[in-house]
Design a protein around this ligand. Structure first.
Ligand SMILES: [Zn+2]
Length: 176
């Protein structure tokens, strides 16, 4: 029994066995749906969902401008909701799907909540710490590492961001 669990854990650690490509894209679509909620209130459109046993258990979208709080990133809000829901700070059986690569704060929260799998869409060349500027999620010096897979629905996730900034520039131009 113990051996069996260990084997499953080792196989799961390789990430690609956790969800099929189709499942990953479906969950990322749900994260994109969250990003749209941010866009609807003029926030930078970033969304996240946390999945456990194949079900979305928590959601979050960027609300930094609305709340005037630096910590209200999509991932932090989703982690907080998941912690409350399962009444546990450890999210060891969960996967996080987020439309944009996590920042330094969110990467820290992911490691500290022990989420084993992180899937993101677009890379963040100015602030991403899940492989772009550095990789805090797979840093061997920490006592926990999260398997990272980048580029799930990359086009849609990037377009969500670039169209937001494009529209913002347009609006600013018209206000001048
Ligand atoms: Zn963040």
């Amino acid at each position: 029994m113990v051996n069996c669990e260990r084997i499953v854990k080792i196989i799961c650690r390789r990430g690609e066995f956790v969800y099929t490509q189709e499942e990953k894209e479906n969950f990322m679509r749900k994260a994109l749906k969250e990003a749209k909620k941010a866009k609807a209130i003029d926030e930078v459109p970033i969304g996240a969902v946390i999945v456990k046993d194949g079900e979305v258990i928590a959601r979050g979208y960027n609300q930094r401008e609305t709340t005037n709080r630096a910590i209200t990133h999509a991932e932090i809000l989703a982690i907080d909701e998941a912690n409350r829901l399962i009444n546990n700070w450890r999210l060891e059986e969960c996967a996080l799907f987020v439309t944009v690569e996590p920042c330094v704060m969110c990467s820290g929260a992911i490691v500290l909540s022990r989420i084993p799998y992180v899937y993101y869409g677009a890379s963040d060349y100015k602030g991403g710490t899940a492989g772009t500027l550095m990789n805090l999620l797979e840093e061997p010096q920490f006592n926990h590492q999260s398997h990272v897979e980048a580029g799930i629905l990359k086009e849609e996730c990037s377009e969500m961001l670039s169209s937001f900034f494009r529209e913002l520039r347009e609006r600013r131009k018209h206000h001048k």
